[in-house]
Design a binder for this molecule. Structure first.
Ligand code: NAD
Ligand code: ZN
Length: 251
């Protein structure tokens, strides 16, 4: 699909509640590898074998090395027009919510202020013993290798929801509520292999939201969507903005 039909443009303009649900694909154009697909491997390990509590227990050095490598990529990356379009949309209207699976911090750096980071943030750590949380740079822990708690000297871990772990209940409850009430849901750059984000998108659709997916590939969610854009989010999102708000250039 190239352009949205007039009817959908009107529905978007009138909507009282819009949700952007984003995954690793939106940051791909910023040079951050996705987990699945091209460039998804690190030293022949699959992400699914490293981002787990079991992997950390078995080999914390390896897991920290991987996170240090990923965090460095995130630090040097810049938000792309996909992140910036969403940030503009949120500044324009307080009816726009952003729920992301990404941990890279590019949405806040693009200027999005209110964000649900479902899977945590790669720039935060927490203690495996006392659960204290720290921002890596704040506490001077931004060095490679194992990191230890300032309070109790136990091992720190990334403040990230790993495969097989529970979500933060407060964030999850808020996300369900938002999705149930939403009138538009944009699903961007997610393979929908992780079940909670996929269920959130489906909840929005089942409750009547108009679904728009932006992903070069088709996913399990594609057939539930009203529209699928098979392009890159950094190109498609600014185009959608220009169609919805023809007289308002993006910042
Ligand atoms: P995924 O890696 O499973 O899938 C990425 C999806 O993005 C694919 O469907 C791919 O076709 C699509 N894609 C690739 N380039 C795109 C582009 N330019 N525009 C739009 N779509 C594009 O990602 P996921 O579904 O988010 O699940 C992976 C898990 O890994 C998540 O839990 C996430 O927390 C984590 N993760 C995060 C980051 C990050 O923070 N940037 C990066 C990798 C993985
Ligand atoms: Zn501690």
């Amino acid at each position: 699909m190239d352009v949205l039909p007039q009817e959908s443009l009107e529905t978007i303009r009138r909507a009282k509640s819009i949700i952007f649900l984003t995954g690793a694909g939106i940051s791909n154009e910023s040079g951050i590898p996705t987990f699945r697909g091209e460039g998804g491997l690190w030293k022949n390990f699959r992400a699914e074998d490293l981002a787990t509590p079991g992997a950390f227990q078995k080999n914390p050095e390896l897991v920290w090395e991987w996170y240090d490598w990923r965090r460095n990529i995130c630090k040097n990356a810049k938000p792309n027009p996909g992140h910036l379009t969403i940030a503009n949309w949120q500044k324009k209207s307080n009816s726009v919510s952003l729920i992301t699976q990404n941990v890279d911090g590019l949405h806040p750096r693009a200027g999005s202020e209110s964000i649900i980071e479902l899977h945590g943030n790669i720039f935060r750590v927490r203690c495996t013993n006392c659960s204290a949380k720290f921002h890596l740079e704040q506490v001077g822990l931004d060095h490679p290798g194992l990191k230890f708690c300032k309070h109790c000297e136990s091992l720190l871990r990334p403040d990230i929801v790993w495969f097989g772990e529970e979500y933060d209940q407060t964030l999850l409850t808020k996300s369900w509520e938002l999705c149930k009430q939403s009138q538009i849901v944009f699903v961007i750059g997610t393979s929908a292999n992780v079940s909670v984000p996929a269920q959130l998108a489906l909840t929005a659709i089942r409750n009547g939201a108009l679904g728009i997916e932006i992903n070069p590939a088709e996913t399990n969610l594609t057939t539930s969507m009203k529209h699928h854009f098979g392009g890159k989010s950094g190109e498609v999102l600014p185009k959608i903005w220009n169609e919805v708000f023809p007289n308002e250039p993006l910042d």
